[in-house]
Design a protein around this ligand. Structure first.
Ligand code: GRF
Length: 199
């Protein structure tokens, strides 16, 4: 088994990034962290772990295509095997995936295909669902759409605020994401159309 070189794209506090960093083992190493926001906590976390950080400030680019292509090129130059989105809040253009040429994963804080988009936790609560959860999926050119690798339910309590519920969902994401990366590293994820089989 090859030790995967993983890139992590993150925009915020990076608690998911931290879980992925903490999960490094003979399956994978985090070789690069990419963010679109200067000054976020995710940068500190990467630096503390001795991982290279690149900041791609969206406003420095003429278009979403240029922004997306620049990130994919940087990943390619560093020999990345798997590109992970962990709370990355920018939509990447199709050119990102064509340039990247390796698989990409995302973690979404709801049970897809319900509640895609940037406010999955809030929209699930507002809909009044009793169960929501998290989805780790391969990324394709449509937002929150690619084949599902792992899902786990989280019960919505009547006393929940959005923040409380999101914290419980994040705890599950932090456990599932390193597991999904390990399954991939072991060659145990077979994609057939929309379905991912665990070998
Ligand atoms: C996670 O819930 C992720 O699914 C969502 O943003 C959150 C990231 O949190 N897209 P953090 O920045 O890793 O703490």
């Amino acid at each position: 088994m090859k030790r995967l070189r993983v890139a992590v794209l993150a925009s915020g506090t990076g608690s998911l990034l931290q879980a992925i960093l903490d999960g490094q083992d003979d399956h994978y190493e985090v070789a690069l962290v990419v963010t679109d926001r200067p000054g976020v906590k995710a940068i500190e976390r990467a630096q503390a772990a001795g991982v290279e950080v690149l900041v791609f400030d969206f406003k420095d680019f003429a278009s979403r295509e240029e922004f997306s292509e620049a990130i994919a090129r940087a990943e390619g130059e560093r020999g990345i095997d798997l590109a992970i989105q962990a709370g990355f809040m920018r939509i990447l253009s199709p050119i990102y995936f064509r340039t990247l040429g390796v698989p990409s994963m995302n973690s979404h804080p709801a049970l897809l295909p319900s509640f895609p988009g940037a406010h999955g936790v809030r929209e699930a609560m507002e809909w009044g669902v009793k169960i929501t959860g998290t989805t780790i999926h391969f990324v394709d050119e449509e937002v929150d759409h690619g084949p599902i690798i792992l899902q786990e339910a989280v019960v919505v309590e009547e006393s929940d605020t959005e923040e409380m519920l999101h914290e419980r969902i994040k705890a599950v994401e932090q456990r599932l994401y390193p597991e999904a990366i390990r399954l991939f590293a072991e060659g145990r994820l077979e994609v057939e159309g929309r379905r991912v089989r665990r070998l």
